[in-house]
Design a protein around this ligand. Structure first.
Ligand code: SF4
Length: 318
């Protein structure tokens, strides 16, 4: 289990990341999907094998200390891939709930939510943010490239059986001729949201591809269009919709030693590419410019531009 951040999240404020999976050596992530827009790049290690990955007691002590130092708004399972691939997910959630009153969220692609063991773990969390980007299997396969045999129908069925607070997250984008922001797809998504909401009331987070991925031609949807779509969904379903708006990251007040900075920065950027502004609001009064330039010179970090922003990434195989 790795602790990283808190990251600045447009949905959750300062969100302290807990990563329960570890990409095998030589791979950037481990996931059951290979989404066209993934900020971590192509999924080299795609799997649907669920297995218990051991969690050490000392990891919870590290988490406790980081919570005290950074006072996050949320603790969130996310990271180098799909957190529910680890069958110890429920155990980790239970331990964290005993450790703190800070709300616990999980960012999941929901591919295993039809599995009762996974639902039991998800139900321990205060908020499950489940990904649905397409209204039908054909588009689901084009956008999310799921491991063979994963069915959108099972995912929808599984989400309806959850007993905790659920938000559906949809990332709207266009890439070459592929998009899910056209009127026909939005109409289909509205049917899916309505169907889930009828059984299990949800919120919706509409995101877009505002961060770079390994595909230069990937386009984000404008804030205006997101707003228009959010309004339409709300008018037709009554569901509360939050959509991505660019905003200032909330500062994390903390004292961190310069010695810990490089390691923490690495753990953060490995899982979440950030702008310099994002980074400098994470580490108290420490000046991060010097360390960023030195890591770029060493070939550990690389910069990618998206829109008018520069993001720092861990260089693949760097
Ligand atoms: S589910 Fe998340 S981690 Fe997996 S490929 Fe999609 S965006 Fe990347």
């Amino acid at each position: 289990m790795k602790i990283y951040g808190p990251v600045p999240s447009w949905r959750l404020g300062n969100s302290l990341g807990v990563d329960l999976v570890e990409a095998p050596k030589g791979y950037n992530k481990i996931c059951s999907y290979d989404c066209v827009y993934c900020q971590l790049g192509h999924t080299g290690f795609k799997t649907k094998v669920l297995k218990p990955v051991p969690i050490k007691h000392k990891d919870f002590l590290i988490l406790k200390k980081r919570i005290e130092e950074t006072k996050p708004d949320y603790i969130t399972f996310s990271g180098e891939g799909e957190p529910t691939l680890n069958l110890n997910f429920g155990y980790a959630a239970r331990c964290i709930k005993q450790l703190t009153n800070i709300p616990l969220a999980v960012l999941t692609n929901a591919s295993f939510v039809h599995d009762k063991r996974i639902r039991q773990g998800l139900n321990i969390c205060d908020l499950v943010i489940a990904k649905i980007d397409a209204p039908n299997q054909e588009l689901f396969e084009k956008i999310n490239n799921p491991y063979k045999g994963i069915l959108l129908a099972d995912i929808i069925k599984g989400i309806k059986l959850l007993k905790t607070r659920v938000a559906i997250q949809t990332l709207l984008f266009s890439y070459d001729k592929l998009t899910n922001a056209d009127n026909k797809t939005i109409k289909g998504l509205i049917e899916v949201y309505r169907d889930i909401n009828n059984t299990n009331p949800i919120n919706i987070f509409l995101g877009t591809a505002y961060r770079p991925s390994d595909k230069k031609e990937l386009n984000a949807i404008s804030e205006n269009r997101l707003k228009q779509i959010a309004l339409k969904i709300n008018q037709e379903t009554g569901i509360k919709v939050n959509y991505y708006k660019e905003k200032q990251p909330k500062t994390v007040s903390r004292d961190i030693s310069p010695e810990s900075l490089e390691k923490e920065l690495f753990d953060l950027l490995k899982r979440r590419p950030c702008t310099k502004e994002d980074i400098s609001t994470r580490f108290g009064r420490l000046n991060v410019s010097g360390i960023l330039s030195s890591l770029i010179k060493k070939g550990v970090l690389e910069e990618k531009i998206k829109g008018n922003k520069k993001y720092f990434f861990i260089k693949q195989n760097g």
